[in-house]
Design a protein around this ligand. Structure first.
Ligand SMILES: CC(C)(COP(=O)(O)OP(=O)(O)OC[C@H]1O[C@@H](n2cnc3c(N)ncnc32)[C@H](O)[C@@H]1OP(=O)(O)O)[C@@H](O)C(=O)NCCC(=O)NCCS
Length: 143
């Protein structure tokens, strides 16, 4: 298994993986332009796993200078339960730590019980004290 930073060349394969992965919700921000912007703002923080040069796992992260934000953790079904998801998270957190970030958040779809179990097993706290609020700034939101 090879782990390396995500590049724009991974976009098509990553979108294909996300499209067939329940638990990952695709957004306008996942367009080629959106990912171009995201990777440019957050270099080295998004990571892919590849086997025989095929992309089989992803994790994306960015930060605002204080907190890290993780999204799009996905491992292709035949490769699950081999520690690849855990390895992606670990590498991603190392990259955030190297940027001086000491805490990270992630959003999980409320019906993703397996995802919730995965993150809880890794020690991530499910927050009941915070409610997420969102606001759309343009007619065609990119996030
Ligand atoms: C969540 C997800 C990324 C986990 O990927 P994964 O590669 O299977 O993760 P791991 O192998 O590291 O751990 C998964 C489980 O396998 C177990 N495991 C790890 N290595 C193992 C091994 N060698 N043999 C058997 N089980 C193993 C882990 O203990 C873990 O147990 P859990 O079910 O209690 O969490 C994957 O299931 C997925 O893509 N889900 C759909 C997308 C999604 O929901 N993403 C999260 C939203 S952000």
């Amino acid at each position: 298994m090879n782990y390396r930073p995500m590049t724009l060349d991974d976009h098509a394969a990553a979108v294909a993986l996300w499209q067939r992965t329940p638990g990952v919700r695709l957004r306008d921000a996942d367009s080629f332009e959106g990912i171009t912007r995201y990777l440019a703002r957050n270099p080295g923080l998004s990571i892919v796993a590849e086997q025989d040069e095929a992309l089989i796992g992803t994790i994306m992260a960015g930060h605002d200078g204080h907190r890290g934000f993780i999204q799009h953790l996905a491992v292709a079904e035949p490769y699950r339960k081999q520690g690849i998801g855990t390895a992606l998270v670990s590498r991603c957190l190392d990259a955030l730590r190297a940027e001086g970030i000491d805490k990270a958040h992630l959003m999980l779809l409320v019906d993703n019980d397996a995802g919730k179990r995965f993150w809880t097993t890794l020690g991530w706290e499910f927050r009941t004290d915070i409610a997420l609020h969102s606001f759309v700034l343009s007619d065609s939101p990119s996030a």
